[in-house]
Design a protein around this ligand. Sequence first.
Ligand code: MG
Length: 262
Amino acid sequence: MSPEGIAAQLSGSPLLLLLDIDGTLCELMPHASAARVPPATCAALESLARRPGVYVALVTGRSVADAERIAPVAGAHVHGNHGIEWRAPDGTRGADPAWAQARPALREAVARIAAVLAPHPGAWLEDKEYSLTVHVRGCERPVASAALAAAESVATELGLRTAAGKEVLNIVPPGVADKGSAVLRLVEELGGDAPTAAVLFAGDDVTDEDAFRALREHVPHAVTVHVGPGDAPTAATTTLPTPDALAAVLATLVRRLETEGS
Ligand SMILES: [Mg+2]
């Protein structure tokens, strides 16, 4: 669907804009630390979040602190670590209490996975406190497969859950929030289940499918957008090719709300 077509489906109120960050609001980078959401996109999101009845939430696998660094958007809700931790616009912070039980296993996983990754050039472990990510974007392909298999075997042995993504392996505690439960919590908290509401969720990767499926089942009026090639398998209702195309949706919404508000 065109960006304008998607924006046209989002005319309800309240309007909830629930957005993944990497690969969705910005392009994936060779090293995750180099990614930044373009300033124009952050400005559009800030201007939308300022409107009465419009809510912006970033729902990401990054930690909340890292999300705030690469996507600084005043007025946004931030749900990090796939929804395990969050920060409200007023600065209130929280985390899924189910996480605490897995803390010793996560700490042990950090030490052991760092050791098994050491012989694999380009592979590295990101410790996000509530969950871990193994990155292999910088590896030769056979090295990447071996590194991911070694890390996965340690995580499984320690009773942790794993989810593959784009050249990453996410390692999360069992029984905690995922992007599916995070978006449903946001919908409930922000009134997105009202019959007049409009809800958008956009994402590009495997863990975003949890949110697509949860919304499809529980919030059938939600517009779900997979950012990426149109032929990729996804539970989303529509696709956009690139983060730039999603930015065009946001720009269209900004223009429309400015016109309505003037
Ligand atoms: Mg992503």
